[in-house]
Design a protein around this ligand. Structure first.
Ligand SMILES: Nc1ncnc2c1ncn2[C@@H]1O[C@H](COP(=O)(O)OP(=O)(O)OP(=O)(O)O)[C@@H](O)[C@H]1O
Ligand SMILES: [Mg+2]
Length: 409
């Protein structure tokens, strides 16, 4: 039996995650049966700068092999995430004359080509050109213009570009690990795919995915992408503050953050303490959990403030009827939802991948898997649209090379 497999690969700045799923055969319930999940520490990156491609390759290999082992099968291609502050997003309009009386598939293709035809410098490439809505004459907000009557067809397209070197590095690491990139997908859009509902996107929502070195923001309204930002801070920024504020080494600060941090200092018992190394080597001292919470709260407060001004600048802050959805590894800090509620003065919930996922879905039901699971779901959507982009379940002796060769001949 042929099974169509999709793999999502999120090479985060600290954490590489692979999710392999099988496409459900039920067209009424698009989604994935999760078969395998793999994780590895990311090597070869400093912040989001690649410093060693071989170490990055090793991380990809480790995460993919773990996912394949759990799934009991191999895959030959991945939907890989791309992020970093070199990414730029914008909206573009295309206009064409409708060739006959009604809009044909050819008109839609032409208007799409016109809308995405922007001049790019040689060091940048297009990652996405996503049709958002069409207009036929003066009628706006059309999702599918095929068959509509009119003389003028316009399309609004959401364009995402990135630095060529960034995409080349990802492709190189993936290829060296023995896979190929089926499609690069912008991390904030992949995360949003996994943790936001369609209703929220209609009413207005912003996903704030706080990773280690980056915070991904994706805002939607009336079903359209309104804004995407990749901001250069995250959980590592909190750790660096704890290093300074508590005078402890980075590793200890990271452990203290992951085990004892709270984002809302007033919710912490002032008598609670934790033992940390210092002040001299080999010594231990007792530190108030309230102090750790104060340091974390202050920085998170500033980070949410920046997110809020970004949303305000783009004019989407007052359109977020469904509020804010927090995700990413750093959204696991207790009290983060309460703090965000206070700052944004709107509904806030924690976003974990769940909708559209079956099988071992509980393995990815954590905020740090938002992008990995979202990439796999993105691939499943692509397959539903085009019937392409999946790996076929390999039985024993069928190797990845075999599958590639079959495609070539
Ligand atoms: N329980 C926890 N409490 C606090 N922080 C946590 C917890 N678990 C993970 N983190 C933090 O989450 C961050 C990692 O999150 P994630 O895996 O989403 O990042 P990444 O994808 O590697 O990075 P980026 O998205 O910035 O490229 C780290 O800073 C880590 O310390
Ligand atoms: Mg990430």
């Amino acid at each position: 039996m042929r099974a169509n497999l999709i793999a999502g690969l999120d090479i985060g700045t600290t954490h590489t995650c692979a999710v392999i799923g099988e496409i459900l055969d039920d067209p009424r319930r698009p989604g994935l049966t999760v078969l395998g999940v793999g994780q590895a520490q990311t090597g070869g990156l400093r912040g989001d700068m690649v410093t060693n491609i071989d170490e990055m390759t090793e991380s990809v290999r480790n995460a993919m092999n773990e996912a394949e082992l759990m799934a009991g099968t191999t895959v030959d291609r991945v939907y890989a995430g791309i992020g970093g502050d070199h990414v730029r997003a914008s909206s573009s309009m295309g206009v064409v004359a409708i060739s006959e009386e009604e809009v044909t598939r050819d008109d839609v293709e032409r208007v799409h080509i016109v809308a995405r035809a922007v001049a790019l410098p040689p060091d940048r490439e297009m990652v996405h050109a996503i049709p958002q809505e069409y207009r036929v004459d003066h009628q706006r907000g059309i999702k599918d213009p095929l068959g509509m009557s009119g003389v003028r067809l316009e399309s609004e397209v959401f364009l995402v570009t990135c630095q060529v070197t960034a995409s080349t590095n990802i492709t190189k690491a993936v290829n060296k690990a023995g896979y190929r990139v089926q499609e690069l997908v912008l991390e904030p859009l992949a995360g949003a795919r996994a943790v936001l509902t369609e209703d929220e996107r209609e009413v207005g929502v912003a996903m704030v995915e706080i990773g280690a070195h980056t915070t991904n923001v994706a805002a939607f309204y009336e079903g359209k992408i309104q804004q995407v930002s990749i901001l250069p801070f995250g959980g590592a920024t909190l750790t660096a503050d704890l290093v300074r504020g508590l005078a402890v080494p980075y590793k200890e600060a990271q452990i203290a953050k992951e085990r004892h941090a709270h984002a809302f200092a007033q919710m912490v018992d002032p008598r609670e303490t934790v033992d940390l190394p210092g002040p001299s080597p080999g010594q231990m001292r007792s530190v108030a959990c309230e102090l750790i919470a104060h340091i974390v709260e202050q920085r998170l407060d500033e980070m949410f403030g920046i997110v809020q001004s970004e949303l305000q600048d783009q004019g989407v802050l007052d359109k977020l009827g469904a509020g804010i959805v927090l995700s990413g590894g750093s959204a696991a800090i207790p009290g983060v939802v309460e703090l965000a509620q206070q700052i944004f003065a709107s509904p806030v919930r924690l976003g974990v991948p769940s909708e559209g996922l079956g099988g071992l879905a509980d393995r990815v039901r954590r905020p740090r898997f938002a992008v990995g699971a979202g990439l796999a779901l993105w691939g499943a959507d692509r397959f539903a649209e085009t019937g392409r982009g999946a790996s076929t379940k390999a039985s024993g002796i069928v190797t990845k090379l075999g599958i590639w060769l079959k495609e070539f001949f």
